[in-house]
Design a protein around this ligand. Structure first.
Ligand code: IYR
Length: 220
């Protein structure tokens, strides 16, 4: 027997013209998103971060298990510990762990093991994926679900006027310890959030986007 259902709400009729205008407007907003690595010290209200996390948690996910945890950190001592641990991993990465092919692919970004933004930016959001439930229950499509939620988090923060960086020091198990998370959770992304520094730049190659025809084919 199926579970109880309730009527669908939240989809008032929209005509094709409005639909097109709304899609165009969203594309315009998202087209200005850049991955930022130079952050300002300017504070960001806690409430904006909490709202963005609530928006992320509306994401579609496997069997409604909501297999995520968001650890939002503005505490300077925690940020310092995260920077220290991340830079240690990054020194190993840039100092030999990464293949030459990988380092060649990263060269246009100009990144290195130094991660000052982990202390400069007002907020770090560590996103954890609950690989299994707290009692070992099986979870489904965990990486997909949490990945979609992270996309919605970035979209909400960008739409609010904030810059983000998806930072993935590997391995980043230190985040589990610093944030006090249990062993069934795996850190997936460390999202750096704040305002860009005055005069921040981005790599020119980040502006090279594949054309629509390179990424899509439409049958109608
Ligand atoms: N985690 C390293 C390396 C790095 C890897 C990829 I793939 C990037 O798109 C960017 C950086 C770092 O953060 O420097």
């Amino acid at each position: 027997m199926s579970e109880p259902h309730v009527p669908l709400t939240g989809y008032p009729p929209v005509d094709d013209g409005d639909m097109r205008r709304r899609a165009d407007a969203m594309l315009k907003v998202l087209s200005t998103r850049r991955t930022v690595r130079d952050f300002s010290y300017r504070a960001v209200p806690r409430q904006v971060i909490e709202t963005a996390i609530k928006a992320a948690a509306t994401a579609p996910n496997g069997a409604n298990q909501q297999p995520w945890h968001f650890a939002a950190i503005s505490n300077p001592e925690m940020k310092r510990r995260i920077r220290e641990a991340a830079e240690e991993e990054e020194r190993a990465f840039y100092g030999g762990r990464a293949s030459d092919e990988w380092l060649d692919a990263l060269a246009p970004l100009g990144t290195d093991a130094s991660k000052p933004f982990l202390e400069t930016a007002p907020w770090l959001i560590a996103i954890f994926a609950e690989k299994k439930g707290p009692k070992g229950e099986k979870h489904y499509y965990v990486t997909e679900s949490v990945g979609i939620a992270i996309g919605m988090l970035i979209t909400t923060l960008h739409n609010a006027g904030l810059a983000t960086l998806t930072h993935t020091p590997a391995p980043m198990n230190f985040l589990r310890e610093i944030c006090g998370r249990p062993a069934n959770e795996k850190p997936l992304v460390l999202l750096v959030v704040g305002h860009p520094a005055d005069g921040a730049t981005v790599p020119a190659h980040a502006l090279d986007k594949k054309t629509f025809d390179q990424i899509a084919k439409v049958w109608d």
